[in-house]
Design a protein around this ligand. Sequence first.
Ligand SMILES: [Ca+2]
Length: 214
Amino acid sequence: MIPHDPGAFTQGLEIRCGYLWESTGIYGQSSFRRTNIGTGEVLDLLLLPDSFFAEGFTFLNDSTVCLLTWRENTAFLLNPWTMEIKDEFYLNTEGWGICYTGEHLIQSDGTAILRFRDPDDFSVFDSVSVTLNGQPQFFLNELEYADGQILANQWRTSRILFINPDNGNVERFINLNSVVPQSGGVLNGIAANADGALFCTGKNWPVTLIINYI
Ligand SMILES: [Ca+2]
């Protein structure tokens, strides 16, 4: 495990270009951060205007990040190296989590539905309902795309679902209950690296856990 800023109300986590990137929520405190992947030290930070509550994010390429907001109907495009907002899309749902397959964006809104969006104009072209043994899985939150599967953290649980993007079936899940730190809030940050490690943190957690998920 590595240290994590306990003041960070984590909403999204992703590994890119050798750094661990994070978004945090709360009106007046919402941020996007570049952190040291080995120490958790915050190296750079963009603070959003007070009227926006940041949610999940994902990289579209090495120099473009798509960052959701919760109820502000806005998805920002920003440059993670200059921390400048470059553009924005209209978001017609609540924003919770988002990941990128390399071809399209997949977005959650707190329900059991995942929407597939075109990265060029953010339009929805498909969606799946996520089920486990036929039962809808609500509160899908922070997402990650790895090994052709969608990984989803289910809000208010320590479960990470492994979802088949073709049909929404949960193929398996892991539960981090036994390793979640005593202090802090819910699990809300999952980021996979290329070696099969999953970095997991949560709202105001003092640490980021590193687990093997394969
Ligand atoms: Ca993620």
